[in-house]
Design a protein around this ligand. Structure first.
Ligand SMILES: C[S@@+](CC[C@H](N)C(=O)[O-])C[C@H]1O[C@@H](n2cnc3c(N)ncnc32)[C@H](O)[C@@H]1O
Ligand SMILES: Nc1nc2[nH]cc(C(=O)O)c2c(=O)[nH]1
Ligand code: SF4
Ligand SMILES: [Mg+2]
Length: 238
């Protein structure tokens, strides 16, 4: 099986409760959403950039699409890796490809959690689920309520168990409604190990610090809640 891939590299996880662990990353292309704050180009490139030696900024250009044996081998080439981050774009669009991957380390899925039928295909294969809830109201042809229902179904499918850690990340902007946040956290609290409030990285879109701290304080009544910004942006690694 073959899919287009934009990047394969080795870095440290910059977001969420496992920030700092060494990971191999594979970035799939394409997305079913179009978040206004998105920091990633989701278009299909002609070549996949492969950084053979971590941190060098020296990339091989591999013609797309790549086959699953090749991607698995490139990911397995990195040393001392805690887990393999499946990101994008939206990696659940490539659930069939992920189901065929043969890698030596646990899979860590980074997802917008809006594709529950795709999630079912890989639920027994992923060990970590970093699941976003998208609190934006720009959903083409779908209202906010049905978007949230699909999101909750996806969290039920990939929920936290003894074999799979699932946590939730919420990107917070100055337009985020505290009521929306409380509502979604109440709906998924039984499915996740913790909630991470991730302030949007663009300063002009970011909430005030007192707003973040109040949000955390309110959520702490129901669930373990952390505030963790994108740390890889601070020191400039991939
Ligand atoms: C690029 S997305 C790819 C995975 C998946 N499509 C998703 O949105 O979860 C990876 C992570 O980066 C976060 N992210 C994207 N742009 C961001 C920004 N400007 N500030 C903070 N987090 C951002 C997303 O919310 C998501 O948690
Ligand atoms: N270092 C690093 N950590 C990350 N955590 C989530 C990322 C992503 O783009 O999904 C990401 C990324 O692109 N780089
Ligand atoms: S779901 Fe993820 S990749 Fe897609 S637009 Fe939103 S942040 Fe970007
Ligand atoms: Mg990123």
């Amino acid at each position: 099986m073959q899919v287009p891939v934009s990047e394969i590299f080795c870095s440290v996880q910059g977001e969420g409760p496992h920030v700092g662990v060494r990971q191999a990353f594979v970035r799939f292309v394409g997305c079913n959403l179009n978040c206004s704050y998105c920091d990633t180009n989701v278009q299909k490139p002609a070549f996949c950039k492969f950084e053979e030696v971590p941190g060098t900024n020296v990339f091989q250009e591999l013609p797309n699409p790549l086959n699953v044996e090749n991607v698995s081998e490139l990911l397995n080439s990195y040393e001392n890796v805690h887990s393999i981050s499946l990101t994008g774009g939206e990696p659940l669009l490539e659930a069939d490809f992920i189901a065929e991957m043969d890698v030596s380390r646990p899979l860590y899925l980074e997802s917008n959690m809006t594709l529950p039928d795709m999630a079912k295909k890989i639920r027994d294969k992923v060990s970590y689920v970093s699941g976003d809830v998208k609190l934006i109201d720009e959903f083409e042809g779908e209202n906010f309520e049905s978007h949230l229902e699909r999101t909750f179904e996806c969290f039920r499918t990939l929920r936290n168990t003894k074999d799979r850690e699932c946590f939730c990340k919420l990107v917070i902007t100055k337009d985020t409604s505290a009521e929306d946040v409380q509502g979604v956290v109440d709906a998924i609290a039984d499915y996740v190990s913790c909630v991470v409030l991730q302030p949007v990285t663009q300063k002009h879109l970011a909430p005030e610090i007192d707003v973040m701290l109040k949000l955390q304080n309110d959520l702490l009544d129901s669930i373990d809640t952390l505030i963790i910004p994108q740390t890889h942006k601070m020191w400039g690694c991939l």
